[in-house]
Design a protein around this ligand. Structure first.
Ligand code: HEM
Length: 402
C-alpha cells in the first residue's frame, strides 16, 4: 500500500522515521518532492533539486535568524553562528582558507602512516577483546585520534570529545527536547573553556611540530589581512573537532552494519579486498552519516515542481537524494561494485566537506583492514541507533571477531 505522506511534517518526526526514514523519503520523492512543512519551510528529496540548491551561490548558509529563534541567546547560538559551516562569504572564505591548507593531498599523504599505525594498534586490541562494541572500541577512536592530533588536543581530553560532539550536534535536529538543549549549552561551555586555554598556550608557545598544525594555522594565519578573533578560533575548533570525528565514527559503524546485513557483499569484499574503494563510496551513499542539510533561499529558485520563493528555509534530504532511482539503479540495494556512484554524502558547492578525502582514507584503511583481519567478524546482539534524524549512526554495535 502506498504511504500517505500528505500530513508529513519534518518538524514532527518520531522514532520510526529515525529508525528507517526511507519508506517516507521514497514516498515524498515520488509524491511531494518539494514538501511544505507547517512552519513554511520545504523539504527536498529529489537528487536534482538537492544538487541545484547546493550548487547555487544564492542559497545561503547563514543561520542567525533560524538559530536565534530556535536557541535564543545562549552558548549554542554563539557556537553554531560562528562556525564556518553556518556562514557565507566573506567570513566563510576566511575560515575555510585558513583550514584548507591542512587538507591538501600532500598533507593527507603524510597522515596515511599515522592512520595505519593507529588502525593496527586498535586491531590488536580488538583481537585481544574478542567481543566488543564496534563503536566504542573501534569506530570512534581512529577519527578522534586523527582530528585531535591535527588540532593538538592532549590525551586527557580526548575521551570526552564524542559526548560533547553529540550534545552540540544533537541540538541541530528538527525536534530538540529541553534537556538536550541544556546538554548542548553545557558542552559548548566546557569544550570552549578547554580550547580557550589550549589556544592561549599555543599562542604563547608556537610549536612548529606536526601535532597541532591546524590550530597554529588558525591562530597565526591571515586571509586578506584578516585574522580570527579568540571567539572565532574557539568556535571553529569546536566545529572542526565535531566534524572531524562524529560523521566518520558513524561512517565506519554504518558500513559494518551494512556488511552484517548483506553477507553476500561482505563475502565479496573479503574475497576481493581491492573493492574497498568502491565499497566505501557505496556505504556513504546507502547510509549517509549526514542526512539532512539546510539553506535559506537568498533568491527565488526553480526546482522540479515549481519555484521556491526567496526567504524560504530549505531542508535538503541528502539521504533521499542518494537513493533517488532516477540516478541510482535499485537504490536500496547495497552494491559494493557500484560505478559510477555520484552520491552527495559530502555535498557539493562552496561548503563541500573539507574532510572528504581524509574521511575516505580513514574509511578505506579502517574498514579494509578490519574486514581482512577478522574474516569471522559478526554481530553479537542487538544494536542501538543514535536517536537523531540529521546524523545517522549507531550508538552501540555489539560485535565479535571469532
Ligand atoms: C564520512 C565522514 C564525513 C561526512 C559524511 C561529512 C559530511 C559533510 C557535509 C555534508 C558537509 C556540508 C554541510 C553543509 O554545508 O550543509 C560537511 C562540511 C564540512 N566537513 Fe565534513 N564530513 C565528514 C568528515 C569530515 C572530516 C573527517 C572533517 C575534518 C577533519 C570534516 C570537515 C568538514 C568541514 C570543515 C566542513 C565545513 C565546510 C564549509 O562549510 O566550507 N568532515 N561535511
Amino acid at each position: 500500500m502506498a504511504l500517505d505522506i500528505a500530513g508529513f511534517d519534518l518538524n514532527a518526526i518520531g522514532p520510526e522515521f529515525i529508525e528507517n526514514p526511507h519508506p517516507v523519503l521514497h514516498a515524498l520523492r515520488r509524491d511531494s518532492p518539494v514538501h511544505r512543512n507547517a512552519d513554511g519551510s520545504v523539504y527536498l528529496t529529489r537528487y536534482d533539486d538537492v544538487l541545484k540548491v547546493y550548487q547555487s551561490r544564492d542559497m545561503l548558509s547563514d543561520k542567525r535568524v533560524e538559530f536565534g529563534r530556535k536557541f535564543g541567546q545562549c552558548p549554542l547560538l554563539t557556537h553554531h553562528t560562528t562556525s564556518l559551516i553556518f556562514n557565507d562569504p566573506p567570513y566563510h572564505s576566511v575560515v575555510r582558507k585558513l583550514i584548507s591548507g591542512a587538507f591538501t593531498p600532500r598533507k593527507l599523504a603524510e597522515f596515511e602512516p599515522l592512520i595505519s599505525d593507529i588502525v593496527d594498534r586498535l586491531l590488536d586490541r580488538v583481537e585481544d577483546l574478542g567481543e566488543l562494541d564496534l563503536i566504542e572500541d573501534f569506530a570512534k577512536v581512529l577519527p578522534t585520534e586523527i582530528i585531535s592530533f591535527m588540532l593538538g588536543i592532549p590525551e586527557e581530553h580526548r575521551a570526552r570529545l564524542r559526548g560533547y560532539s553529540l550534545a552540540i550536534l544533537g541540538a541541530l535536529d528538527p525536534v530538540v527536547p529541553a534537556d538536550r538543549l541544556e546538554a548542548g549549552n553545557r558542552a559548548v561551555e566546557e569544550f570552549g573553556a578547554i580550547l580557550n586555554d589550549l589556544i592561549d598556550h599555543r599562542r604563547a608557545n608556537p610549536g612548529g611540530a606536526m601535532q597541532g598544525e591546524v590550530l597554529e594555522s588558525l591562530i597565526f594565519g591571515e586571509h586578506e589581512g584578516r585574522r580570527l578573533t579568540q571567539e572565532e578560533l574557539i568556535q571553529n575548533c569546536i566545529f572542526l573537532l565535531n566534524a572531524g570525528h562524529e560523521t566518520t565514527t558513524s561512517f565506519v559503524g554504518n558500513s559494518m552494519g551494512l556488511l552484517f546485513d548483506n553477507p553476500d557483499q561482505h563475502r565479496m569484499l573479503l574475497d576481493q579486498p581491492e573493492l574497498i574503494a568502491t565499497a566505501v563510496e557505496e556505504f556513504l551513499r546507502v547510509e549517509s552519516p549526514l542526512q539532512i542539510g539546510n539553506r535559506l533561499a537568498g533568491e527565488d529558485i526553480e526546482v522540479s515542481s515549481g519555484v521556491i520563493p526567496k526567504d524560504t528555509y530549505i531542508h535538503t534530504s541528502i539521504a533521499a537524494a542518494n537513493r533517488d532511482p532516477e540516478v541510482f539503479d535499485e537504490p536500496d540495494r547495497l552494491d559494493i561494485t557500484r560505478k559510477p556512484n555520484r552520491h552527495i554524502a559530502f555535498i557539493t558547492g562552496i561548503h563541500v566537506c573539507l574532510g572528504a578525502t581524509l574521511a575516505r582514507v580513514e574509511g578505506r584503511i579502517a574498514l579494509g583492514r578490519l574486514v581482512q583481519r577478522f574474516p569471522k567478524i559478526a554481530p553479537n546482539g542487538p544494536r542501538t541507533r543514535v536517536p537523531l534524524a540529521r546524523f545517522r549512526g549507531y550508538a552501540t554495535l555489539p560485535t565479535r571477531v571469532r
